[in-house]
Ligand binder design. Structure first.
Ligand SMILES: O=c1ccn([C@H]2C[C@H](O)[C@@H](COP(=O)(O)OP(=O)(O)OP(=O)(O)O)O2)c(=O)[nH]1
Length: 162
């Protein structure tokens, strides 16, 4: 996956959103962290993986993929917040766990990053999130394409005064 390209697209989108909403001077990190936690919750809800009380199945793959790439947006955006200009990810991510376990690992990685905004914690978060994508059955190309598509939608929503 061409992370450099995504990071650049994220930079442009974030600049656009910040100027639209007059947020140039504000520290948005905590709100982006909360937004990411909410997106992970929305993603988990669409998979229904933890709903042991229900027999209803998961949402369609495209719905789950769109939720997943919302999380990619906020993770890239957090990388920009800590000043990253390039992202070099491990070829091989952390060992994949069962889906619910992987969700909980990602949540923990987000809160660890909040406690210490270090590059190490950031990469750990990104790697756990990419592993989550693998556990969900998404290829890198599917993630890349869905990111590009949602990025476009995010611009359209800004234009609509969303
Ligand atoms: O600084 C920002 C702020 C937001 N986004 C993107 C991430 C995500 O792709 C989208 C917000 O998520 P979503 O589309 O779910 O927005 P929502 O307001 O929660 O939508 P809805 O009301 O449809 O649930 O905006 C960014 O990339 N950078």
């Amino acid at each position: 996956m061409n992370i450099e390209k995504l990071l650049h697209m994220q930079l442009k989108l974030d600049q656009h959103i910040e100027s639209e909403h007059g947020l140039g001077e504000e520290d948005l990190v905590d709100r982006k962290i909360l937004a990411l936690l909410v997106e992970i919750g929305e993603l988990a809800n669409e998979t229904r993986s933890f709903k042991f009380w229900s027999k209803k199945g998961a949402s369609a793959k495209e719905v789950i993929l769109e939720e997943y790439v919302d999380g990619i947006h906020f993770i890239l955006s957090l990388g920009l917040e800590i000043g990253l200009q390039e992202i070099e990810l491990d070829e091989k991510h952390a060992d994949a766990k069962e889906l619910n376990e992987q969700f909980l690992l990602v949540y923990k990685a987000v809160t660890d990053f909040r406690e210490e905004r270090s590059v190490t914690h950031y990469f750990s978060l990104f790697n756990h999130y990419l592993t989550l994508g693998e556990v969900l059955g998404f290829s890198s190309m599917e993630v890349f394409d869905a990111y590009v598509e949602k990025n476009k939608v995010n611009y359209e929503r800004q234009e609509e005064g969303y």
